[in-house]
Design a protein around this ligand. Structure first.
Ligand SMILES: NC(=O)c1ccc[n+]([C@@H]2O[C@H](COP(=O)([O-])OP(=O)(O)OC[C@H]3O[C@@H](n4cnc5c(N)ncnc54)[C@H](O)[C@@H]3O)[C@@H](O)[C@H]2O)c1
Length: 284
């Protein structure tokens, strides 16, 4: 998609982290914005910030795991701006628990938000974007959409699903020569509020207890890694540039693709699941 000025973007999970980074990047390129999120305080702050900088912006409290709320989001977008050009299905949650101990409500919650959210988004918004005649559909997966590490079963399942969803969409759009393009964002560690939001929004609230200390250690390791991660505003620019340049795969840490290559090599060589380190070390 070449032009951004006066085009309309909808970003779910747009009040914080990567979603807010995308919203800021789109605002800098002259787009009008619709932000959807469950965190009311963060949503109000994000809308105020973008409006103060001169970007026409509306915010809508939305649970992406509910079809009727995505439908209402689309109606609001059309009634406010008359069209929609870009959808970023980005809202997501994740909590470390082993597959043995993860409660079924947690499996369902994570898959509902992380996978059904993007499915509802694509299903409801794509016809509107095609009606606008130019645009792009994007969804946030993760490197966990390409490699399945321990303790993140529901997240891995959902994020692999998001990669499949967007790859299918992209092939189908190309096959029917649609002017609409598609991409998938697969971030490595980004410094955001995902751990806090996930604990806050988990059904019943709080951290899972099943794995005892192991879950606590994993969560602490993940948090430490995220805090060293890429600033989310940088991710926003990567996404905007990928949409402009018509790139399907958006990797924030391309070095991590080596882990995917290792997995394919193990598949071809001996059909074991590779025990090669999934995340290659930085060259010193
Ligand atoms: N932070 C990372 O390192 C990282 C890495 C890979 C992928 N991701 C993915 O990036 C996306 C954005 O996460 P983030 O890291 O910016 O975290 P974040 O918590 O800062 O932002 C996510 C936003 O989604 C919102 N949200 C959560 N559940 C929702 C729901 N049901 N409906 C609507 N909004 C909801 C939250 O309120 C929050 O504002 C997620 O899909 C996440 O899985 C993050």
């Amino acid at each position: 998609m070449q032009a951004f000025e006066s085009r309309v973007a909808v970003v779910t999970g747009g009040a914080s982290g990567i979603g807010l980074g995308m919203a800021r990047a789109f605002a800098r390129r002259g787009m009008n914005l619709v932000l959807a999120d469950l965190d009311r305080a963060a949503l109000d702050a994000a809308v105020d910030e973008l409006r103060a900088a001169g970007t026409p912006t509306i915010g809508r409290l939305t649970d992406v795991s509910k079809l009727e709320e995505i439908e209402a989001l689309a109606e609001l977008t059309i009634s406010e701006f008359g069209k929609v050009n870009v959808l970023c299905s980005n809202a997501g949650v994740g909590i470390p628990t082993s597959s043995r101990e993860m409660k079924l409500e947690d499996w369902k919650w994570i898959i509902d938000v992380d996978l059904w959210g993007p499915i509802y988004g694509l299903s409801v918004f794509l016809p509107h974007i095609e009606a606008a005649g130019e645009g792009h559909v994007n969804a946030t997966s993760s490197m966990a959409g390409l490699l399945a590490g321990q303790m993140m079963g529901a997240y891995n399942v959902a994020k692999h699903g998001v990669v499949a969803l967007m790859a299918t969409a992209e092939r189908e759009l190309r096959a029917r020569k649609s002017p609409i393009t598609a991409s998938v964002l697969c971030p490595g560690p980004i410094n955001t509020n995902i751990s806090r939001h996930s604990v806050e929004f988990r059904p019943g609230g709080g951290k899972p207890k099943g794995d005892g200390e192991r879950a606590g250690r994993t969560a602490a390791n993940i948090q430490a890694t995220l805090e060293q991660g890429m600033p989310p505003d940088e991710v926003g620019d990567l996404v905007a540039d990928a949409i402009r340049d018509d790139k399907f795969w958006i990797l924030t840490h391309p070095r991590w693709a080596k882990g995917v290559q290792n997995q394919v090599e193990a598949l071809r060589a001996d059909q074991t699941l590779t025990d090669v380190v999934m995340v290659p070390r930085k060259k010193s």
